[in-house]
Design a protein around this ligand. Structure first.
Ligand code: GLY
Length: 397
């Protein structure tokens, strides 16, 4: 006869063997097919785009009216997204033309490892060389990532507890929420070197940002200005948002993505709580449209006729697929379903450009910098990058 102790023991074994909520959430076969088709269509688009690019130029956006392709050198923050998106698409399609183009673009990016004039080295070097290392590792990539992290850390101030974002005024230590996404590079550098300095810089920056960038409702300011001599906060304001008190959509997306990475890398629950709070601010916001692709600012004037920002949507979608793995029960389902609905929208003709249009970019309807009247309702290379990442995250769920 089974003793009560045996029954309890068996029950415990059964519970331990049960899949977690995230494991039990199933991908939708139809959406998986749509994603595979979108990857094929995206590969064809990028083959058009690549024909227009000299070796040392990187795509930024395209203006439909004037049929103008806007490109940059390797030095602005967007340089790494094109090789990174090519690599994600290569993983999904196994089309070697994409892989070869990505490899070709790493050459002119490489020198940026020594660039100490920007905080964007995570975007630039981790999205490019980080993905290259993941897919087709070469020892020289490790050194590029380490050098990039070293350059990024030269911008860290012990006094402020942050990495400086912008250099335009030495008397004002400026930090934008976007900077959270540069920290992933630092964790990679600590893994590669065993040196915890990079890790500590990332944690300190994330803690300071958590303390000063966020409002009580967990929306975030875009820019916090610190006194470099004392570390005191002197101003909180926006540059790319609708107002100092508004929630700029891509800023909220960078925060969500950044604190999700912070939890992945440290397993410190305070970062998971922060990511959850940000996710809830976004998903419960009354101005979030039905397809969950946000307006360019959650408080944009003119809603519901304000432009959407698909780049914010793509970053949020990709982050939610990751965050859903770290939370339990209904929360995981909420994030997963929201991300699925965003992915579905981005794979539809409402956002995914028809073959041969959009200058060869994948997604339509991004907003670069609304207050400056720059890049409104256009394709954006960073929207494409996080879209290709979200597609892979869904396929690999
Ligand atoms: N990091 C610049 C932007 O999000 O526009």
């Amino acid at each position: 006869m089974l003793h009560i102790r045996h029954i309890l023991f068996l029950l415990l074994i059964c519970l331990a063997a049960m899949p977690s909520t995230a494991q039990r959430l199933k991908t939708n076969k139809k959406l998986l097919r749509t994603v595979a088709q979108s990857q094929q269509a995206s590969a064809a688009q990028y083959k058009l785009l690549m024909q227009q690019l000299p070796l040392d130029r990187f795509p930024v956006t395209y203006y439909e009216k004037t049929r103008k392709l806007v490109t940059s050198g390797s030095e602005p923050w967007v340089g790494g997204f094109y090789p990174g998106a090519l690599l994600y698409l290569y993983e999904g399609t196994k089309d070697t033309a994409l892989f070869n183009e990505a490899m070709r673009k790493l050459g002119p990016m490489e020198k940026e490892q020594f660039n100490k004039t920007t905080h964007d080295l995570g975007f630039m070097m981790y999205c490019s060389f980080g993905n290259a290392k993941r897919i087709a590792p070469r020892p020289e990539y490790d050194q590029v990532l380490i050098n990039s992290a070293r350059s990024l850390c030269t911008r860290f101030s012990e006094k402020v507890g942050c990495i400086r974002s912008w250099d335009s005024d030495a008397a004002r230590f400026m930090v934008i929420i976007d900077n959270m996404v540069n920290l992933e590079l630092l964790f990679a550098a600590t893994r590669l070197t065993g040196d915890s300095t990079y890790y500590k810089v990332a944690v300190t920056h994330a803690n300071t940002t958590m303390q000063h960038h966020f409002r009580p409702d967990y929306s975030s300011h875009h820019l916090v200005i610190y006194n470099p001599a004392t570390g005191a906060v002197s101003k909180k304001q926006t540059v790319q948002g609708a107002s100092d008190s508004s929630a700029w959509a891509r800023g909220q997306a960078w925060g969500l993505y950044g604190y999700t990475v912070m939890y992945r890398e440290t397993k410190d629950k305070k970062y998971l709580d922060q990511a959850n709070h940000i996710a809830q601010f976004i998903l419960r916001h009354p101005n979030l449209p039905a397809d969950k692709i946000p307006y360019w600012d959650f408080n944009a004037p003119g809603i519901p006729n304000a432009p959407r920002d698909v780049s914010a949507g793509a970053v949020i979608c990709s982050a939610l697929f990751e965050l859903a793995k770290y939370v339990d029960g209904r929360t995981a389902r909420t994030y997963f379903k929201a991300a699925e609905s965003m992915l579905q929208a981005m794979c539809s003709p409402a956002y995914l450009a028809a073959a041969g249009t959009n200058g060869g970019f994948l997604l339509m309807h991004g907003v670069g910098n609304y207050p400056r009247n720059a890049d409104i309702d256009v394709p954006l290379i960073y929207a494409d990058y996080y879209f290709t990442e979200a597609m892979r995250r869904y396929q690999q769920w």
